[in-house]
Write a protein that binds this ligand. Structure first.
Ligand SMILES: *[C@@H]1O[C@H](CO)[C@@H](O)[C@H](O)[C@H]1NC(C)=O
Ligand SMILES: *[C@@H]1O[C@H](CO)[C@@H](O)[C@H](O)[C@H]1NC(C)=O
Ligand SMILES: *[C@@H]1O[C@H](CO)[C@@H](O)[C@H](O)[C@H]1NC(C)=O
Ligand SMILES: *[C@@H]1O[C@H](CO)[C@@H](O)[C@H](O)[C@H]1NC(C)=O
Ligand SMILES: *[C@@H]1O[C@H](CO)[C@@H](O)[C@H](O)[C@H]1NC(C)=O
Ligand SMILES: *[C@@H]1O[C@H](CO)[C@@H](O)[C@H](O)[C@H]1NC(C)=O
Ligand SMILES: [Zn+2]
Ligand SMILES: [Zn+2]
Length: 602
């Protein structure tokens, strides 16, 4: 059928395909002109076979179809970023059997109009409540050319259902010009051979008609009946537009990850009974927009190849990390930071940690050279951390090291602008979350940062050794560090790993360092994608390790200076454990001592 046989009257009247009071006005006119427009096409535009096909929608007066934030889009899952704010939705009256008032074929789609104000959606990262007006469909043809509007990694589903809602309190007119005036819920529909021809869909398709008159329904199915088993906690989110003229860019899009499954015979009913095919707009350019996903949405693992670097030998050096796909590196809560010890705010809730299995000498599964760090991966669920004001139980995933070179220091955090030779990060994940959820949750990860100081360099003070007893550093078990660093020669190749069979516990490596005195702030991973998911603990006292053992890291790994530059605090507060007060004084005393020593030995 030719959807474009109408005159300009319809171009003007039906620029907006939402179903509404405004819509009713146009229906009245539509009906009165019905004899003029055989074929039930609405509006002066079409999907195929007329002048105003999608390529020309932007020419329609008052249309936004040539804009930069258009829908639908192809969802490239490798570039989708999980977002913790995309909470569960709340659906109101989705199970209400009387919500669907009538069905109609408007010439572009089959649309079901909902009872005014009865059906609502909120949550899901939407700002406020949205009131559902209608839902409608996009499809391909009877030969099973698929016809969803959104695609996922280029895959097009057989059909797509759109539930169109407007921000509560706004009229349709207002919603069309409010930046988040409309929220659309998109459900893919997949064709199955075996699925039971679910009764609600059989009933719905039984009403589909070529006629442009409204068909009353007998109220025997709800929206929930149609959506069925789809897991509504898994969804993509982006900002886009209406997918029909006027393509107003006011739509908060939700595209659910799981498709609704219906039998292929029912999918055929749409083109067959409605009388038109391939009613879907081509996908539009993202133009720099981001697509987000709720934490529960499965996403592909990040590509393994290290495409970023610390030095200037690659394009994505630290100052460009924020440009990496899916990166949070340009955020406001980034790590590492400089800890100004005088400004840290004491917090009594920052009590003792509880370390479980830190003394287990067989918990390290393997050691690997990632190309950016040396990492020791722990056996699953073997080691845990809680207490320390964390508020959750965390499982230790791995620990790794940051270092400098032979003549520069390489800790990530600095204390009063002092950089230490190395830093050890013990990375822990909230036990109640999956890793995907954790990296999308502000306290999903807890990292314990230990600064590492050279044992030798403090000895080199010669006669000053008497002062060393007053320092805040603590010796660790050099045997453990010798055992650990003995593996470095086996992992010189990037991505290589070696099973750790020697008996080494985290306790052995940390030695007697004081674990009650620490700093606490909210931050991020210090490597791309820099997810702002980390509760940071940086311990006041440094672990002491022999200089020659520390040097093995740059020597064997073959790279050096693997630490990120200090990031701005942006108003964040750094807290200090209650018992940290004494340490701070100690630290100050030490600084004074060092200052006086350095004047002595100049
Ligand atoms: C979201 O819903 C899922 C499934 O209904 C449930 O398991 C999960 O606990 C919910 N999450 C929150 C934060 O309520
Ligand atoms: C569901 O819709 C009915 C009919 O409009 C309405 O009376 C009822 O209040 C709605 N339920 C809720 C929870 O809003
Ligand atoms: C949420 O909507 C309200 C009212 O429209 C607006 O004032 C507020 O800025 C919005 N919040 C966000 C985070 O967009
Ligand atoms: C869609 O259905 C086909 C079978 O008809 C199945 O092979 C495919 O896995 C389904 N896709 C999804 C995403 O469920
Ligand atoms: C490193 O790679 C080279 C060549 O790819 C190989 O010959 C060598 O055995 C590897 N060394 C280790 C320690 O795996
Ligand atoms: C971290 O952020 C949470 C809120 O997201 C806040 O409750 C907590 O106090 C913050 N912690 C620190 C150390 O700033
Ligand atoms: Zn649509
Ligand atoms: Zn690290």
């Amino acid at each position: 059928m030719n959807a474009c046989s109408q005159g300009d009257v319809f171009k003007a009247l039906r620029i907006f395909d939402l179903g509404s009071k405004m819509y009713l006005v146009s229906v009245v006119l539509f009906l009165s002109l019905g004899t003029l427009v055989q074929g039930s096409s609405g509006g002066g535009w079409c999907y195929t076979g007329c002048e105003q096909s999608p390529q020309h929608w932007s020419d329609i007066p008052g249309s936004f179809c040539g804009g930069k934030s258009q829908s639908p889009i192809d969802i490239v899952t490798s570039e989708v970023v999980a977002h913790a704010d995309l909470h569960n939705f709340t659906f109101v009256n989705f199970s209400y059997q009387h919500a669907i008032e009538h069905l109609e074929n408007n010439g572009h789609t089959v649309k079901l109009t909902l009872e005014d104000g009865a059906v609502e959606v909120s949550g899901g990262g939407l700002n406020g409540s949205y009131s559902a007006l209608q839902f409608h469909f996009h499809w391909g043809d009877t030969e099973f050319h698929p016809g969803s509007e959104h695609t996922v990694d280029g895959h097009r589903y057989p059909m797509e259902m759109h539930i169109v809602t407007i921000k509560k309190g706004l009229t349709v007119e207002q919603a069309k010009v409010h930046p988040e005036g409309i929220a659309a819920l998109g459900f893919f529909i997949n064709a199955t051979e075996h699925g039971n021809k679910s009764e609600p869909w059989r009933m719905l398709t039984s009403y589909v008609t070529k006629n442009d008159t409204e068909v009353k329904l007998n109220h025997t199915f709800s929206i929930d009946d149609l959506i069925g088993e789809v897991d509504r906690t898994k969804f993509y989110r982006y900002h886009g537009s209406l997918t029909t003229p006027n393509c107003s860019e006011v739509v908060v899009w939700t595209v659910f990850y799981e498709p609704i499954e219906i039998h292929k015979d029912l999918i055929r009913m749409f083109p067959v009974k409605a009388g038109f095919t391939n009613i879907h707009r081509p996908t539009q350019a993202l133009n720099g927009r981001h697509v987000y996903a709720s934490p529960a949405t499965p996403l592909p693992p990040l590509p393994p190849s290290p495409s970023w670097c610390y030095d200037s030998h690659c394009y994505y050096e630290p100052s460009k990390w924020h440009l990496l796909p899916g990166s949070s590196c340009g955020g406001q809560r980034q790590s590492p930071v400089n800890i100004e010890t005088e400004k840290a705010v004491e917090k009594s809730s920052l009590g003792e940690f509880e370390f479980t299995n830190f003394d287990n000498k067989h918990a390290i599964k393997y050691i690997t050279n990632t190309g950016h760090a040396v990492k020791c991966v722990m056996a699953d669920d073997s080691v845990e951390v809680s207490g320390g004001g964390l508020g959750h139980d965390y499982t230790t995933l791995q620990f790794h090291f940051h270092w400098g070179s032979h003549d520069t220091k390489g800790s990530e955090h600095t204390m009063d602008s002092k950089r230490y030779p190395m830093e050890m990060h013990i990375v822990n994940k909230r036990k109640d979350l999956t890793l995907e959820e954790a990296i999308a949750t502000p306290n999903g990860l807890a990292v314990l940062g230990f600064l590492i100081e050279s044992k030798d360099s403090s000895k080199s003070g010669g006669g000053s050794s008497g002062h060393e007893d007053t320092t805040s550093s603590s010796s660790s078990d050099m045997e453990a560090w010798k055992k650990l660093t003995s593996y470095l020669s086996a992992i010189q190749n990037i991505s290589s790993q070696a099973e750790v069979t020697a008996e080494i516990s985290i306790d052995d490596l940390l030695g007697s360092v004081n674990r009650d005195e620490y700093y606490r702030y909210n931050g991020s991973l210090t490597t791309p994608s820099c997810n702002e998911a980390v509760v940071w603990t940086v311990f006041t006292n440094a672990v002491k390790v022999d200089q020659d053992l520390m040097m093995k890291f740059p020597t064997y790994a073959g790279y050096h200076d693997v630490f990120r530059p200090i990031q701005p605090l942006h108003g964040r507060i750094i807290y200090r454990s209650a018992s940290g007060a004494a340490a701070r004084t100690g630290h100050a005393v030490l600084l004074l001592l060092l200052a006086s020593l350095s004047t002595l030995f100049m």
